[in-house]
Design a protein around this ligand. Structure first.
Ligand code: NAD
Ligand code: MG
Length: 394
């Protein structure tokens, strides 16, 4: 019998974490759970511990760890080790007992642990796109040096990965690749009068038409910063220059992305919009296994529509392309100021259309510097956050 793959799921209580556990539960013969981590949802984590019996559970703070210990004791699960804090995330992500790491913490908070998994040569299932956006070159160099495998979980990048040749060697201009076509749903405000966008509430912004996701990525989808971050993510994952990556609005979210080749062929990956498909693909790669997602019913499709994105309506997408072209620390600054602005919007401190303005002004205020090491990247992240926060507070 094949040895079970031991998993560490960073961000187990989030949308991706829950979908991952749903897939894992379908294949108890293939996967064991070594570690589950959550930031503050202690009760949900305790329930997951009861179902998946990890060796270790990690939470954000000592207080949360005490709460978890009490819950696990009640459930007679005191044998599960409890750790807390950012260092513990790196520890479980790089532990010898773990084979594969699902990196599904949201935002910059996920970078150190995602990178620790890469450094330790794990199979890294990368959902935490912000980590790659912030630290692209370092992340890719780390993977190359350690021999870690990186499997993109973001549905678009997973689709592209499936549409590229098996022997894809990350050299631009080879394999006859013409373009990478990243599809985007356009989010809930695709057809809303731009002049009324200042009035939208967080509840309206996170009501995504096709996907159920965490709050931050849902707002990013409404501004299309999500697609901007994904353009940068695609650049690093596939070594594609900005000009080779094209965004297409496709409101049905059935074609998850495509690769167009010089001979006129276009390879598309399609399916129902459900993250369990890319998660199952990443977990089982290079094999395939049941994900719980129903096959696409072509006879029920009401057409597939494509259109070009409008940079006036979605200025965040333009800011992301500009940051990618600017290089150096621009993407780190973009990501940090976006996280701060999105949180401020969710907290009703700023309007929807202030998000792109905060990001743009933070980028203007901070000269881009070379980001050759993690310390510089983290320092940039902190400085961009404080500049963005100061703007919001004033
Ligand atoms: P979510 O908000 O639902 O979950 C986030 C998880 O991260 C939670 O488990 C939370 O406990 C943990 N977390 C939050 N802050 C933390 C901190 N400071 N320290 C440690 N842990 C922390 O988010 P999500 O929608 O599951 O997204 C997770 C990542 O996956 C994001 O980077 C997102 O861009 C990416 N992603 C999500 C989807 C999706 O469908 N949800 C699709 C593609 C990519
Ligand atoms: Mg995506």
């Amino acid at each position: 019998m094949q040895k079970k793959q031991q998993l560490c799921i960073l961000g187990a209580t989030g949308s991706i974490g829950v979908s991952t556990l749903d897939v894992v539960a379908r294949h108890p013969d293939r996967y064991g759970v070594f570690a589950l981590t959550a930031h503050s949802q202690v009760k949900k984590l305790a329930e997951q511990c009861a179902l998946f019996l990890p060796k270790v559970a990690v939470v954000g703070t000592a207080k949360a760890a005490n709460e978890l210990a009490a819950l696990l004791k009640e459930m007679q699960l005191s044998h599960i080790d409890i750790l807390f804090g950012p260092e513990a995330l790196c520890q479980v992500a790089s532990a010898n007992e773990c084979d594969s790491v699902m990196a599904a913490i949201v935002g910059a908070a996920g970078l150190p642990a995602s990178l620790a998994a890469a450094r330790a040569g794990k199979k890294v299932l990368l959902a935490n796109k912000e980590a790659l956006v912030m630290s692209g070159q370092i992340f890719i160099d780390t993977i190359r040096e350690s021999g870690a495998a990186i499997l993109p979980i973001d549905s678009e990048h997973n689709a592209i990965f499936q549409c590229l040749p098996d022997h894809y060697n990350r050299v631009p201009g080879q394999h006859g690749i013409h373009k990478i076509l990243l599809t985007a749903s356009g989010g809930p405000f695709l057809h809303r009068d731009v002049a009324t966008l200042d009035d939208v509430t967080p509840e309206q912004a996170i009501a995504h038409p096709n996907w159920v996701m965490g709050r931050k990525i849902s707002v990013d989808s409404a501004t299309m910063m999500n697609k901007g971050l994904e353009v940068i993510e695609a650049h690093w994952l596939f070594a594609a220059p900005a000009d080779q990556i094209e965004v297409l609005i496709h409101p049905q979210s059935v074609v998850h992305s495509m690769v167009s080749y010089v001979d006129g062929s276009v390879m598309a990956q399609m399916g129902n919009p459900d993250m369990r498909t890319p998660i199952a693909y990443g977990l089982a790669y290079p094999e395939r296994m049941d994900s719980g997602v129903a096959p696409l019913d072509f006879l029920k499709l009401k057409g597939l529509h494509f259109e070009a994105p409008d940079f006036q309506r979605f200025p965040c997408l333009k800011l992301a392309y500009d940051a990618l072209r600017a290089g150096k620390s621009a993407a780190t600054i973009l990501n940090a100021s976006n996280e701060v602005a999105v949180q401020a919007f969710l907290d009703k401190r700023i309007g929807f259309r202030m998000i792109n303005q905060i990001i743009q002004r933070t980028l203007e205020k901070m000269p881009a510097v070379h980001t050759l090491d993690l310390e510089t990247i983290l320092a940039c992240d902190v400085e961009a956050r404080s500049i963005a926060e100061a703007m919001i507070s004033s």
